[in-house]
Design a protein around this ligand. Structure first.
Ligand code: SF4
Length: 202
């Protein structure tokens, strides 16, 4: 399943791939199932045309609060698809607000600052930062070897860039990881972002 409703919003599960293997992630423990929805994409990530067709069908129904690019995966690994879907929704006009949920490594992975591409297409970004301690960030997010030592700073630069670009930016942290959530909140405040502490999924 690549499109589903959750708590009044529509979520687009565009990929199962990630640059990290976050310690608190439930995708493998829950066998790619989220609250009864099978989000396993196997090898077939939905093409842009299929996403838009499913979105057309969904938007014929009750208006969602937001449309959220997410995944049981990191959506910026499909940056072209995210951009194309968002651009088309923008072109049509009248779309609910568009949000990206990300671990914040998109610019690092693509080797360029992706914020200027995203900023005109999105309304909001939620960055799963979880800690302001670089060592704990590595421990919690378990980045793939090529991103080790660089992910934490990249995620912060990404979040700060989103704020500077005028996107409503939220820094999130999972509770109960041992991270100092007050420090994450203070960091979010200091860059002009919102902060959300969220319970671990269970
Ligand atoms: S980025 Fe999201 S989907 Fe990927 S491992 Fe982390 S929590 Fe799981």
């Amino acid at each position: 399943m690549f499109l589903y409703d959750f708590e009044g919003s529509v979520y687009l599960n565009v990929t199962n791939r990630c640059p990290t293997a976050c310690r608190f992630c439930v995708k493998t423990d829950w066998e790619w199932s989220f609250r009864g929805r099978d989000l396993r994409l196997e090898s077939s990530e939905p093409p842009v045309g299929e996403i838009l067709a499913a979105m057309d069908e969904r938007l014929a129904g009750p208006a969602p609060r937001e449309i959220v690019f997410c995944g049981f995966g990191e959506p910026t690994l499909r940056l072209d698809a995210v951009n194309a879907v968002a651009a088309e929704l923008r072109r049509r006009g009248g779309s609910p607000p568009l949000r990206l949920n990300t671990v914040g490594l998109g610019s690092l992975v693509h080797g360029r600052d992706i914020v200027p591409e995203l900023a005109p297409l999105l309304d909001a970004v939620s960055v799963s930062l979880n800690t302001v301690d670089p060592a704990l960030w590595e421990e919690l997010h378990r980045p793939a070897p090529r991103w080790r030592g660089r992910g934490f700073q990249a995620a912060r630069v990404f979040a700060q860039g989103c704020v500077a670009a005028g996107l409503r930016t939220r820094v999130t942290a999972v509770e109960g990881t041992g991270a100092d959530l007050d420090a994450v909140r203070a960091y979010a405040d200091s860059i002009g972002a919102e902060f959300l502490a969220r319970p671990a999924l269970d």
